[in-house]
Design a binder for this molecule. Structure first.
Ligand SMILES: [Cu+2]
Length: 238
């Protein structure tokens, strides 16, 4: 190697360091947004006839298991970016609330940070029952009469999606808990839209889950702190 080449190497090396020094500024956190839609025909949903506590629950109701916008956007789909080495999901200072009102669980899908407990509220003048079906976390199965307006759950320790139902109003009252170990999880709004912010640059797997639709896994890349788009069409489960 002659002197000029060495000098060139030195120049490239110095320039390389300069670039490396600049990169962290450029690699600001990006975001992922998009829309989850139904592909094909919707599964047939039957009106639920209420047989108990009609004065509070009403006479009949359509199930909340699949809520679609006019343009087939899917509400309450869950978007999870896997294995992001970024921010931790902090346990909130005040417990999240999960409410039973007019024989509905609100919200229908609740994201719960690992390590958090929740307050389960009964705002109805009748008895409900909160029954969860976890694989990894501690199960809950408790009657909640009017005289017990608040139950605090055990802490949720393991990320998983948990079915919730009221055994007294079975078929009418169901919901889901999404236990998440990072903040890169979103639930779609009434139009089927979501946005996840502050994602470090990288390529990630993204899981899209809905209770009645086929699960999908996609790959996304966040680069240069920019906004990436992810639109996904889900088919009904066979
Ligand atoms: Cu109930």
């Amino acid at each position: 190697m002659n002197r000029n080449m060495k000098r060139a190497g030195f120049v490239v090396g110095a320039f390389g360091s300069f670039i490396l020094g600049v990169v962290p500024v450029l690699a600001a956190e990006g975001s992922l947004s998009g829309e989850i839609k139904l592909s094909g025909s919707a599964p047939e949903l039957k009106k639920i006839e209420v047989t108990k506590d009609q004065e509070v629950c009403g006479k009949d109701r359509m199930p909340e298991t699949l809520l679609l916008s006019k343009s087939k956007g899917v509400a309450n789909a869950v978007v999870i970016i896997k294995d992001v080495k970024g921010k931790k999901l902090d346990v909130p200072a005040k417990n999240l609330e999960f409410t039973q009102k007019e024989c509905r669980f609100v919200p229908h899908v609740l994201t719960i940070p690992v390590g958090a407990a929740i307050d389960i509220l009964n705002k109805d003048p009748i008895t409900h029952n909160i029954h969860t079906f976890p694989i990894e976390n501690a199960p809950i199965n408790k009657a909640q009469p009017k005289s017990l307006p608040k139950i605090t759950s055990p802490k949720f320790e393991v990320p998983e999606i948990i079915k919730v139902q009221c055994d007294i109003h079975r078929g009418l009252m169901s919901a889901w808990f999404v236990v998440a170990d990072n903040p890169y999880t979103a639930v779609t709004d009434a139009d089927g839209r979501f946005k996840i912010a502050a994602i470090p640059d990288g390529t990630y797997k993204v899981e899209i889950w809905h209770e009645l639709l086929m699960k999908q896994t996609k790959e996304i890349t966040i680069k240069g702190g920019q906004e990436a788009k992810l639109d996904v069409a889900l088919e009904a489960k066979k």
